[in-house]
Design a protein around this ligand. Structure first.
Ligand SMILES: C[S@@+](CC[C@H](N)C(=O)[O-])C[C@H]1O[C@@H](n2cnc3c(N)ncnc32)[C@H](O)[C@@H]1O
Length: 284
């Protein structure tokens, strides 16, 4: 992806979240306060202007997103489900005794900023490319810093997660940790994804979880986004954030075993899917 510019896809997820706040019924799915916090973060960081954010809140924006659902059915609302899924994993994990939360490729997600004051005994960490992380840090600075939230600016394609964490004295290798990789792994190479999962397993204590979303691979081995896959792959490439990694859902359990994790099946044993992405959780 383009290393020097703030992530466009992170901005898209954040604006989409703001628009979902204007869609009737979404308040039952979206985490409380997420829309307001995202709106404020985008403006305070300079990632989006007031007018863009206001436009995103309009019913015209809702209508436009809905009109484009023909291309990726369910993808507009999927971001609400994805945010809710990640927040549920973090809250359940903290209830179970987790004291570290690590969001990889956090973008303009506000989970850490919103939850840090509620859980002062938990340390929240976020890692993203410098171009995105610096912009976000500016926004967080203006909204109000959290003493238990650290933003780390690193390119995980260039520097190993283990090296990044090793240099942070506050990181506790034995702590029960919840790792969130929301909308990230599709942008990394197959080697980088495998390596990342192995490193995650090596740098957290027992009882930890990793929650992530991924694009399923189709019969041809390419990411499968439905009927318009070819167009989607092209658009992602043009945006400078190509989809590099996907996996067949029936192979995810084995992939996780090989990288130090055990898949946790959702109640009912069905894989969770919204829009083009599957959501999965694994434990150590
Ligand atoms: C689709 S966005 C998702 C953002 C956030 N997780 C969310 O769902 O709101 C993907 C994020 O991954 C980050 N990312 C992609 N490749 C990365 C890398 N090699 N190192 C660090 N961050 C990366 C991007 O900068 C971007 O913020």
């Amino acid at each position: 992806m383009r290393k020097d510019k703030p992530s466009r896809t992170a901005l898209k997820v954040a604006l989409n979240t703001v628009t979902l706040g204007s869609k009737p019924g979404m308040e039952a799915i979206l985490p409380a306060d997420i829309v307001d916090a995202t709106r404020k973060l985008l403006v305070a960081s300079g990632a989006a202007g007031e007018r863009t954010v206001k436009w995103s809140q309009s019913q015209i924006s809702v209508a436009i997103y809905e009109a484009f659902d023909w291309m990726l059915p369910g993808q507009f609302e999927a971001f609400a489900h994805r945010k809710a899924f990640c927040e549920r994993q973090v809250r359940e994990g903290i209830d179970d005794g987790a004291t570290q939360i690590l969001a990889l490729g956090a973008g303009y997600d506000t989970l850490g900023w919103r939850l840090a004051p509620e859980f002062p005994g938990v340390n929240f960490y976020e890692i993203d490319h410098p171009a995105t992380a610096h912009l976000k840090a500016r926004g967080i600075e203006s909204l109000g810093r959290r003493k238990n939230l650290r933003l780390v600016a690193e390119d995980l394609g260039k520097r190993k997660l283990s090296d990044v964490l090793k240099t942070d004295k506050s990181w506790d290798l034995s702590a029960q940790t919840i790792i969130i990789a929301e909308g990230l792994v599709m942008y990394l190479s197959p080697e980088a994804v495998r390596d990342l999962f192995c490193q995650c397993a090596a740098f957290v204590g027992g009882g930890s979880r990793i929650a992530f979303s991924y694009i399923p691979a189709g019969a041809d081995g390419r990411p499968d986004a439905g009927r318009w896959t070819g167009l989607m792959l092209y658009l992602q490439k043009v945006a400078g954030e190509s989809w590099e990694w996907s996996i067949r859902p029936e192979e995810i359990g084995q992939f996780l075993e090989e990288t130090g994790w055990t898949i946790a099946h959702e109640e009912g044993g069905r894989a969770l899917k919204h829009g083009v992405e599957f959501y999965a959780v694994a434990t150590k």
